[in-house]
Design a protein around this ligand. Sequence first.
Ligand SMILES: Cc1ncc(COP(=O)(O)O)c(C=O)c1O
Length: 334
Amino acid sequence: MIRINKNESPLRPLSNEQLADIIQQATFNFYPDDEYNRFKTAYAKYFNLKPTQITAGNGSDELIQKLMLIMPDGPVLTLNPDFFMYQAYAGQVNRPIEFVDAEDDLTFNLDTILQRIDDVRPAFFIMSNPHNPTGHQYSLPFLTAIADKMKAIGGYFVIDEAYLDFGEAYEIDLAPHILQMRTLSKAFGIAGLRLGVLIGTEETIQRIQRIEHPYPLNTITLYIAIYMFEHEKMTASFIEEQRRLAIKLRNIFESKVSDIIKIYPSATNFVLTKGEAAHSLGKYIQEHGFLPRLYDEPNMADYVRYSIATDEQLDQLAEIIKNWRIQYDLSKEA
Ligand SMILES: Cc1ncc(COP(=O)(O)O)c(C=O)c1O
């Protein structure tokens, strides 16, 4: 089965030779004292930040859990649907969680969000942008309106930018109540090494670091990540390749089935499809060697999501979709 259900990278960012060199140099018999700072310096330089503006964890998963622990008392507010782990971690630490429900087409109305913030008065509001599962990227004015509202009620706004490397870069003015969360699991292709980053003002980052372990990341992960961000050109061209695959995936669905299936426009490495035909296509694809994301949740039963694969695999996927389409058209004629 070719896995296209978790929005992972089908490619590794480093060759076997590069990996062998890096691992030979990695002093994993020692605790990683300097490496964490070296990583933060390299990452900050790549993204034009200050190392003091970032903190990192074992995937953004761990950072979400930390936020649930360290943010001021009170409920967390998020979107429904959004990344499922927000609910899972709130549940683990008994933080009350409230939702803003999507419209029927899975969009979110800004006024509804602002009204919910007024009603719930959350300690923090977290949402993914670009949004999982729709792939939609919300605009800077949309985000700024939420940030301003959260500031007005004395709460924090956490923007989970896991897929931003596939979308359009934007610059939100960093303020103490704003946090941006990034991951190296998607475009950077190291999901298995578990590395997520939170970006904020120095004072907010210090608040989160109050519950940081002495050695938050392991030596191998740090050595690999340092190498990637100290080789900026290599890494930038890897990201370009990922973006190319994301466009190829979108084009396959757009060109082959968008006249009969709703395809959500995506600023990510996945596409979401909706409807009866979408479900039939999802099942067919699953029977032909690819594993898309089919949902158990009743409100998502109509949806199927697909993430990127290698060039050759995407060609195979296109062929499978073409064959399904022939059968589908014949069944409609009959
Ligand atoms: C929106 C969003 N945030 C965070 C994550 C988790 O990323 P990580 O691998 O850094 O824990 C995912 C993974 O699918 C995601 O979709």
